[in-house]
Design a binder for this molecule. Structure first.
Ligand SMILES: [Zn+2]
Length: 304
């Protein structure tokens, strides 16, 4: 072995090894059904497993592409508050976690807001990326949620939000918890203005997100088999000391027990929500007309 084989060859070899394993990783995806799925087949099927129907997680942009008419949408800029207000550190610094999440997702925060059309109706949509610190909801997510709601109100456009989150962001402690009441107030403003608010609960929707805006939609829809709950299954089981049914906290179970309205496959979300909005918007228009008639009547009474 000369110096070339000893020093240069291993380097070149490792370069190729890394590259080939990366290619293999990208070519195939393992599904919960234990089948190895060709990633291209999964992607062309809106990331729904062609073998078992499992709905794999989507990034925010993938979500918008699968949801909006003709895959056309425009991202709405949202305010970004100061990072790491509590100077938080666990095993890693929060600022390092943020840096890594931003690099991985290409987003400033877990939430992204966009506008576009579904079934030719102008809407505003929000989505969460689970890869961004478990889709956790902090101050920046709250700002984005509220900016989306304001845009919906100003343009009288329905607000559709796709939840995918483990809950509030623990690195922001009470600041993250405060987002629960802030978002609930924003939803209240939408309701006061008769703007439809529809939540699509995707896998998983748990913790503070379930305990606030994700359960406040006029219509609650879930993707099949999505985990929906507040506390974790084990915590509940240890508290109630009873064996819970296997399907506990699945979308289907929550629907059967009255927690949500519908379970809809990803491919039908655009058409189903479009149909529902048509009904809601007609009602909403009638409500607005009724309200303005009341105002006119009152002004007549004052004049007389
Ligand atoms: Zn599968």
């Amino acid at each position: 072995m000369n110096w070339i084989t000893k020093f240069i060859k291993p380097k070149i070899k490792s370069l190729f090894e890394k590259r080939s394993s990366k290619i293999e990783e990208n070519l195939w995806t393992t599904c919960g059904c234990k089948n190895l799925i060709y990633t291209e087949d999964l992607n062309s099927n809106q990331k729904v497993c062609p073998k078992c129907g499992a709905h794999h997680k989507l990034t925010c942009r993938e979500r918008f592409e699968t949801f909006f008419d003709n895959r056309e949408y425009e991202i709405i800029e949202t305010p970004l508050p100061k990072d790491d207000p509590l100077n938080f550190q666990d095993k890693k610094k929060y600022t390092d976690r943020l840096k890594a999440a931003r690099k991985l997702t290409g987003q400033d925060d877990a939430v992204l807001i966009a506008k576009g059309k579904i079934q030719d109706i102008d809407i505003v949509a929000g989505s969460q990326d689970f890869r961004f610190i478990g889709g956790s909801f902090g101050a920046a997510s709250g700002e984005a949620f509220i900016a989306g709601a304001q845009h919906a109100i100003e343009n009288r456009a329905p607000y559709i939000f796709f939840s995918c989150s483990g809950g509030q962001r623990m690195m922001e402690s009470s600041i993250a918890l405060m987002q629960m009441s802030r978002t609930a107030l924003a939803v209240n403003e939408l309701k006061k203005k008769n703007i439809p608010f529809v939540v699509v609960l995707t896998d998983p929707t748990t913790g503070g997100v379930t305990a606030s805006w994700a359960m406040l939609g006029d219509i609650l829809i879930a993707e099949p088999k999505a985990t929906i709950g507040f506390a974790g299954r084990r915590v509940i089981q240890d508290t109630v000391r009873e064996t819970l049914p296997e399907e506990f906290q699945t979308a289907e179970y929550v629907k059967d027990h009255g927690g949500i309205d519908l379970v809809v496959e990803r491919q039908y979300l655009n058409s189903t929500i479009g149909t529902l909005l048509n009904v809601l918007l007609k009602k909403s228009e009638a409500q607005v007309k009724q309200d303005s008639n009341v105002t006119v009547d009152k002004s007549l009474q004052t004049a007389s």
